[in-house]
Design a protein around this ligand. Structure first.
Ligand SMILES: O=P(O)(O)OC[C@H]1O[C@](O)(CO)[C@@H](O)[C@@H]1O
Length: 946
């Protein structure tokens, strides 16, 4: 640039400076509607103050979204914040925003001092999510005021109906308030009244009012944005004559109201005490319609005691060619005529301004979603190595559906609703009362010190025997198998199988064992019977009256178990939270007491867990919320027919599935809908699968599983959906409890059911009880007749299945399979490695021959887990119930029925309910407990190969 050119630029700059400064002469303050760290760091704000006479700054969620979401200027602070304390997304965002606001306040401080607190303000807005809430808005305003800690701060509160009382109270508390989102004269009148009455309240209390400032931000151009479209639609000359004039007219009339009130005796009384006027601030003054002058909404709105906050482009334009005149009070009659014409033409200004408030709230909430999403993404990046990750390879059609679900969840604010216990995201029933697992995931349900004391105390035992079903045992079992150090050793007993009861009894010495009885209801049959058995056994070993000291109860307050535990003098009773359902209870005392007893450091465990809890928080929008990301896939896939969630864990994480399947199945499988979890089915080739699967690969870094990886790649190549979750270390498994709990709740919302009830499980319990009660009276179970029997098996079914031998019968049963069905092995036999292997082999035979999913459960364990989905979920199940003649049986103290009888009654009760729900059922009774399972496997192989 030559010297001449430079000089010309300087001259031009000098003249534009004057144009902006002329506004100040006319009584109007120029504020900047923009904030950005790089801009401030480069001295941009300071320059505007010094060269253009800028006297204030406003920000809003959209402005911060542009600043933080689209630049790396905040990354250094963000990283430091996350590393120092990986708090919630909102707290991290606020730390970034507050720093900018403080810097801006400091830059404007000389202006503030020069104007003796009458100007020089910087505004920060309360969370836009609170725009329709009074109390939380007020609390947020007070918190921001305290945290920013600058006297030239203004907190922005929307002038909505619920916002007005918060504005009043904040001003009364001495906080400077910028009232935002004002469009209508009516709303403005209420806000001005709130300001005046709040000042009066302070005066009445003898408090100072001279350093309290407030502006009422009237949004201008947005009104024309809507009205002009309506005018264009009318197309008449009369309509065209007021095009681009309604917003300005509306603002002029508002200013007239301001002048009227300022002249009133009421105001004068306050003014005498030093009250500052609540200035009207013109916001939304950038011109959106290119047909208009780019300084239209500045030039026309100039007047005493007003502010115009301009986006940078408008400020540049005014600096370049803006003209100053006393425009705000000129032609007020004309403004009235414009509004009268609008009314005559049926242009509903009240309706439009009411809608603009709603749209404004929504657009700031949308901006906040995007802003919080960006912060959540960066938080996740800076937590690499600490936070489990998730990624998904989905076929295009499913991907689109998942995105739709995420968008629905975002626009309806589900992540906030979840944490606010708002049941409207589900069926609108009593779901909100079942969310105690959320605070539990923050570590709030347990007393860490008490658990540490239990850890110390339990060290003296060699074994811990846990008696409980479903949610009361599966979580601790996973904890023990993945994180337990082996001393004391955890034996989770959730069966009435005599062989299994015996194997725990044989493996543990009562004198060296701590017994934990866990039941939320405190009345579940299995733990009741097991408690009776092991208590008597312990008494026998350690002496009458001494067993109680070796027993711990975990139960909900007031339960029968609590009573028994007190009567028997249990060493400890840990009380649960009745607002947590059993399957969601792992992070409450139900999971943590047994964990502590086997030496897991629960405090350290929660340090890891809460990273995920915070990641799934109300401020993490669905697209950046790990629980929602997974839940959207689960829910959208289920609705699209991919309802078999197939878990592919790496070796260390294999035990996780048994907890997971109870969570998913019991939560979602009802009303004929839901997700059928498929756990422990070995991976096959692409040809073995239909279109009803979603595969979730749960991987621990360092676990070897190359064969499965190759298979997963092959599945991916054929378009099967694969979700991959990666843990850096096994201790991070706690994060998966949280992720999957949130995901399951979200999937339930997408499917459209209540994820917190379990209606069908209850029916099987009733059937079983009836059978047992009859037994207790008669000494035998209701007689039953097999429709076929040979030397190995007896077969039972609601209706005879044709076939001359076991293989033929099984073949006929299998022949009903069609795409999308699943086959379930319900094995009322001892759960041991041999039986697990036999069942696994049978599953593969069925899957590969019929191309359907297979599931398996040991009874009665699965009754308190997947049993709900098998009965209440999709009508796609074909079941083979396996019972057997027990080679040994065990008597239960105080009961006529033995464990073997109870187990058989459970199998029969379960089958009856399954049949009543329209599922296809067949029961095979193995005559020889030892050889029976293998014989069955052979018959099934023959059936699948024939
Ligand atoms: O803890 P409780 O009340 O003994 O119940 C055990 C299990 O039984 C169920 O209520 C139903 O199967 C599960 O939800 C629960 O985890």
């Amino acid at each position: 640039m030559s010297d001449d050119q430079l000089e010309a630029v300087r001259e031009q700059e000098a003249s534009t400076m004057n144009r902006l400064q002329k506004l100040e002469e006319a009584g109007q303050a120029v504020w900047l509607d923009f904030i950005d760290r790089e801009f401030m760091a480069a001295g941009g704000l300071k320059r505007l103050v010094e060269e253009d006479g800028l006297t204030g700054v406003t920000s809003n969620p959209s402005i911060f979204e542009k600043a933080i979401g689209h630049s790396s200027a905040y990354d250094a602070q963000l990283k430091a914040e996350v590393e120092a304390d990986p708090r919630t997304v909102e707290t991290i965002y606020e730390a970034l925003a507050i720093k900018d606001i403080q810097d801006a306040c400091d830059t404007l401080k000389p202006v503030y001092d020069k104007h003796e607190a009458k100007d020089g303000y910087v505004s920060i807005e309360v969370s836009p999510y609170l725009a329709m809430e009074t109390d939380t808005t007020l609390a947020a305003a007070k918190r921001l005021w305290a945290e920013v800690d600058r006297e030239n701060l203004m907190v922005k509160i929307p002038g909505t109906d619920p916002g007005v009382p918060a504005i009043h109270d904040a001003i009364e508390a001495g906080i400077n308030i910028n009232v935002t989102l004002l469009f209508s004269l009516d709303a403005y009148k209420k806000v001005l009244e709130a300001y005046i009455s709040a000042l009066e309240a302070r005066v009445a209390k003898g408090e100072a009012i001279d350093r309290i400032a407030s502006v009422a931000s009237f949004f201008v151009s947005r009104i024309d944005g809507v009205m002009d479209k309506k005018i264009d639609a009318l197309g008449t000359e009369e309509a065209k004559a007021i095009r681009g004039k309604i917003a300005i007219a509306n603002a002029k009339i508002a200013y007239q109201h301001y002048l009227e009130v300022s002249a009133s005796a009421r105001w004068q009384a306050l003014a005498e005490k030093g009250a500052q006027p609540q200035r009207l601030l013109w916001a939304s003054t950038g011109t959106k319609d290119k047909a208009y002058s780019d300084v239209l909404y500045v030039e026309t709105l100039i007047g005493r005691d007003t502010v115009n906050t301009m986006p940078p482009a408008t400020m540049d334009a005014f600096r370049d060619h803006g003209e100053t005149s006393n425009s705000l009070v000129s032609d007020v009659d004309g403004a009235e005529k414009v509004l009268a014409t609008a009314e005559k033409l049926g242009l509903d200004l009240d309706g439009v301004t009411a809608q603009l408030v709603k749209d404004g709230v929504k657009s700031f909430a949308d901006a906040a979603d995007s802003l919080y999403g960006a912060v959540a993404g960066k938080r996740g990046k800076f937590l690499a190595g600490k936070l489990d990750t998730i990624s998904a390879d989905l076929p295009a059609d499913l991907d689109a559906k998942v995105k739709d679900s995420i968008e629905k969840a975002r626009s309806e604010g589900w992540s906030r609703k979840l944490w606010a216990h708002d049941a409207s995201m589900w069926t609108g029933g009593d779901e909100g009362k079942w969310l105690g697992w959320l605070p539990a995931a923050e570590g709030k349900q347990v007393d860490i010190a008490a658990l540490q004391a239990l850890s110390v105390e339990a060290k003296k035992y060699k074994d811990v025997v846990l008696l409980g079903m479903g949610g009361s045992s599966l979580g601790p079992e996973v904890m023990g198998l993945i994180l337990g150090a082996g001393s004391p050793k955890l034996h989770a007993l959730d069966s009435t199988d005599p062989g299994q009861v015996a194997s725990v009894a044989d493996a543990t010495d009562p004198a060296n064992t701590l017994y934990i009885v866990a039941s939320k209801s405190g009345s579940t049959m299995e733990p009741e019977l097991l408690r009776a058995y092991f208590f008597a056994r312990c008494e026998q070993a350690v002496g009458e009256g001494k067993a109680g000291a070796r027993f711990v109860a975990i139960t909900d307050p007031g339960s029968k178990l609590e009573k028994v535990a007190k009567e028997h003098g249990y060493a400890h009773i840990f009380l649960g939270d009745p607002t947590i359902g059993g399957r969601y209870s792992v992070l409450s005392v139900f999971g943590m007491v047994p964990s502590a007893a086997i030496g897991i450091d629960v405090g350290a465990f929660f340090d890891v867990v809460t990273l995920m809890t915070n990641s799934c928080g109300p401020d993490a929008p669905p697209a950046a919320n790990p629980g929602f990301e997974l839940g959207a896939i689960m829910g959208a896939a289920a609705v699209a027919g991919r309802d078999k969630l197939t878990l592919v864990p790496s070796p260390t994480l294999k035990p996780f599935g048994s907890w997971l399947e109870q969570l998913i199945a019991e939560s979602t499988g009802k009303q004929g809908e839901g997700i059928v979890p498929v756990d422990l089915e070995p991976l096959g080739d692409p040809a073995d699968y239909g279109n009803d699967r979603v595969f979730v690969h749960l991987h621990l870094e360092g676990d070897a599983m190359s064969a499965d990886h190759a298979k997963l790649e092959a599945l991916k190549a054929t378009g099967q959906p694969i979700v991959t979750i990666v843990l850096n270390k096994k201790e991070d498994i706690g994060q998966e409890f949280v992720r999957w709990e949130v995901a399951t709740a979200v999937a339930g919302a997408i499917i459209g059911i209540d994820p917190f009830d379990q209606p069908d499980v209850e029916d099987a319990k009733i059937q079983t009880r009836q059978l047992i009660e009859a037994y207790e009276q008669s000494g035998s179970l209701k007689p039953e007749t097999p429709f076929f029997e040979d030397g190995d098996f007896a077969f039972y079914a609601p209706a005879k299945v044709d076939g001359g031998d076991a293989a033929a019968i099984l073949k006929a049963h299998l022949s009903t399979a069609k795409a999308g069905d699943y086959f379930g092995f319900l094995a009322y036999i001892e759960r041991n490695e041999t039986h697990e292997a036999t069942i696994e082999a049978m599953r593969v035979d069925v899957r590969d021959s019929k191309k359907i999913a297979t599931v398996a459960g040991f009874g009665p364990r699965f009754l308190h887990s997947t049993g709900q989905a098998y009965k209440g979920g999709p009508k796609e199940g074909i079941f083979l119930t396996i019972t057997r003649e027990p080679s040994q049986d065990i008597a239960i103290p105080g009961n006529r029925a033995s464990f073997g009888t109870v187990q058989l009654a459970q199998a029969r009760g379960d089958m009856e309910v399954l049949a009543s729900r329209g599922q296809r059922v067949l029961r095979v009774h193995l005559k020889d407990e030892k050889s029976g399972p293998e014989a069955l496997a052979r018959a099934l192989k023959a059936a699948t190969q024939a």
